[in-house]
Design a protein around this ligand. Structure first.
Ligand SMILES: CC(C)(COP(=O)(O)OP(=O)(O)OC[C@H]1O[C@@H](n2cnc3c(N)ncnc32)[C@H](O)[C@@H]1OP(=O)(O)O)[C@@H](O)C(=O)NCCC(=O)NCCS
Length: 181
């Protein structure tokens, strides 16, 4: 499978077995792993299993994010804990390559995933949990329309410090009302 969802500067496609080396290199950054709440090392077997989730397995759909100019993987995005009777899903988006942060790539990925999720998969609601001390992520999710719904007080612990875990969501109607024409 080549380009599945295509934007201006990036495209999304399912995982390929040959993605192993690129993902292994990208995930080998403890700083980002800490930001995203990961506390265990990722073994070769786990990474292989991740790549095996090629397109849709049970309640998950994952893609790698590819920079069109270099044809390199820069991140991953997906829907998980999908439950269609309620038309709900959790959303995940990680730009693993730091050189691509703060340049609008995250927004572009989110735009493609919103269109796919709301207009093709018929979701009504997408949720996310964000660590409050991850200021970039907090501002990012708000900037694309997610709203805070509640928080798990001191629900997250990293580098010796507790932080709130902020529950956020976007509803289909809000997406449609705020979508640029
Ligand atoms: C969080 C993340 C997905 C955002 O993607 P991005 O490509 O860096 O963000 P964008 O450039 O699309 O920016 C979108 C908005 O996010 C906010 N933002 C981006 N970079 C920021 C920064 N350095 N500081 C504060 N806010 C920032 C801004 O509100 C921006 O909107 P604007 O450009 O209109 O001002 C990405 O940085 C990332 O994956 N980081 C590492 C892992 C992580 O923290 N994941 C989140 C787990 S919940």
């Amino acid at each position: 499978m080549g380009k599945y969802l295509e934007g201006q500067r990036i495209y999304l496609r399912p995982y390929k077995k040959t993605d192993f080396a690129a993902l292994d290199a990208l995930l080998d950054d403890r700083g980002i792993q800490i930001l995203t709440g990961s506390v265990y090392p990722i073994s070769e077997k786990e990474l292989e299993e991740r790549i095996e989730r090629c397109q849709k397995i049970d309640d998950q759909i994952w893609f790698v994010v590819i920079d069109k100019e270099t044809d390199q993987i820069i991140g991953e995005t997906g829907f998980l804990r999908i439950f269609m009777p309620w038309r709900t899903t959790d959303f995940s988006l990680e730009i693993w390559n730091k050189n691509f942060w703060g340049k609008g790539y995250g927004k572009e990925v989110a735009g493609l995933m919103f269109d796919y999720g709301f207009n093709f998969l018929n979701f009504h609601r997408m949720s996310i949990g964000v660590v409050e001390k991850n200021e970039r992520a907090m501002r990012f999710w708000k900037s694309i329309g997610f709203k805070e719904e509640g928080r798990q007080i001191e629900g997250f612990f990293s580098e010796g410090v507790y932080s709130d875990f902020v529950m956020m969501a976007i509803l289909e109607n809000d997406y449609r009302a705020n979508k640029p024409a």
